[in-house]
Design a protein around this ligand. Sequence first.
Ligand code: IPM
Ligand code: MN
Length: 353
Amino acid sequence: MKNYNIAVIGGDGTGPEVVREAVKVLDAAAAKFDLKFNYTNYDVGGDRYLRTGEVLPDSVLSELRRFPAILLGAIGHPEVKPGILEKGILLRTRFELEQYINLRPVKLYDARFCPLKDKKPEDIDFVVVRENNEGLYTGAGGIVFKGTPNEVALQESVNTRRGVERCLRFAFEFSRKRAKGKKLMLCGKTNVLTYAFDLWERAFHEIGQNDYADIKREYAHVDATSMWFVKNPEWFDVIVTDNIFGDIITDLGAMIQGGMGIAAGGNINPSGTSMFEPIGGSAPKYSGKGVINPLAAICAGQMMLDFLGETAAAKAIEAAVMKVVREKIQSLSAGKMGCTTSQVGDLVAEAVG
Ligand code: IPM
Ligand code: MN
């Protein structure tokens, strides 16, 4: 039997509720595939901050480093000023644990849940590889003459050759392994951001030409990419992009796959601790009601298994989610599913078994 130590951060709002269902499904997969998960819960989030003033204690961060994976519910609390928890917990973990990839699959499980006309599951099945440690997210910049008519705010996009290259290499490897269209599209803005995306574009073609001749390279501006997500999502296979563009286009991606109720992502350090999360927020207005959709968290658990190399167990969860989405669920939105949060977890766990 294979054993895995998993750190669990339920976090804020509905985070703990959806994580509970993800754990239920992981345990069902463990029973079937002869695995064992040992969970360690960490109390991190808005409540702890309001109670103790601590955001992410250094001791917690150093403990997290000892796990191969973290399962995260959500971070964000209505009584805490925006930025404190997001930067102090989510971004700090992504940066300090060098989770330099944010992997976000966009996959439609059932045509009923797609807001686009006449699009079927085979039309919406692509993956965004978002750079997760650089770009506009590093905090480089500053504000001077604050609060005066002369104030100036600068927020700089950081693009290092090393950071860009490791992201591109991950994306090329991923395209190769995925073996769908063997197409990798760089999404950028070379017509305006002529420094940052000059580096990205040169590195993209150099690496592609030298080491990944089997992968077809394409380029699209981020604005056009957004348009095509809506118009022709079937064109995409794997997309690689910087941190902020990846943030924005993956919310759009989540919508075309059926909404935040089903969208999951992985913050990946290929040789360290990775963190898997539903990409929607903490949705505090739904907390404690048993109406939030846990499928995104369950899919995050599935991505975690895949990352751990438990491919068969991951596939079983995906198949179970697909079955439940197609046969049992009325809507992917909170409160409209036709079942409670824990019933959805039960249904998927049962389908896995
Ligand atoms: C996401 C979120 C975060 C981001 C926020 C909460 C900092 O929107 O995971 O996409 O911008 O990366
Ligand atoms: Mn986002």
